[in-house]
Design a protein around this ligand. Sequence first.
Ligand code: MRU
Length: 357
Amino acid sequence: MKVFDIAPVKFADGKMMILDQTQLPGEEIYIEARTKEDVWEAIYHLKVRGAPAIGVAAGYGLYISVRGYEGGDMAGFRKLVGETSEYLNSSRPTAVNLSWALGRMERVLDEAIKAGEKSTHLTVEEAKKLMLAEAEKIRMEDEESCKAMGEYGLSLLKPGMGILTHCNAGTIATAKYGTCLAPIYLGQERGYNFRVFADETRPLLQGARLTSWELYKSGIDVTLICDNMASIVMKNGWIDAVVVGCDRMAANGDGANKIGTSGVAILAKEYGIPFYMFVPTSTIDLNTRTGDDIPIELRKGEEIYRMWYEKNMAPEGVKTYNPSFDVTDHKYITAVITEKGVVRPPYDVNLRKLKDE
Ligand code: MRU
């Protein structure tokens, strides 16, 4: 698949390197994460962002945070892993891939400790190796999963279509290829000539800074619009499908994604345009019953009135409300695209079936 080849997280020669996405599109800079605080800060400040990429960062991040443990006792090591995992999990609340990846790292360790009780005891050094291997596995599986979502997604699209996307669910939001941008890359390779419209995605501009950068550099026909222009491009007849990512999908198919997504979904319904949500199974959380149970991250108001301007664009002291995500009700989602296939309603039944497969 032809894709602008840049990874959000790299691990080589024992170093965890994070592409600082806050510097894009101006500069492509990697920073090294050496401590748990570095990893926490990188996730909190969106240096690494996008649900699957956060999961990948959590895997490597947990490993690099505990690898310096020098005590030989497994109980002490296990305790450190648990505490560090809890700390990293507090960096952002909505994307379930964070707790999913940390839980997976802890589980693999527990299983090996348990197996060791019956035969040769697991040493702390072996446990560290195991954790690095699991982090690698999380990254590689995500890459495979995105490839598969690309194929399933493309099966729903036709050459020449106009496609609207919101936020960034591209290669830098995942291990590689992206979730909802994967079919666009695949389509480009196969001569589909899509016309992509990217919502700028206020307030942190993931659509402008990241999606338009990624697609433009890949040679894809992309047009940047402000969020409040989604309706007019739909009315003009320029949009044939909407594709978006997801940070957490509840058991009933309600999906949390970047703030503004639910409005786009409601508009799409009004204009009769299919709305596709791309959700790897690592982002489906059957323990969360409905969208009302998904924790929504609230961020500082200065992101709205100050961050991208030379001076304040609102009166000093004005009240702000800055939720980072909203929940799209399942009734607006035409289909959910996963790495295992395309899921259609009723989502409460079909998502569970898919996870059980
Ligand atoms: O705040 P962000 O930039 O982490 O939000 C990202 C999104 O909402 C993405 O659409 C979602 O994580 C899916 S990424 C494949």
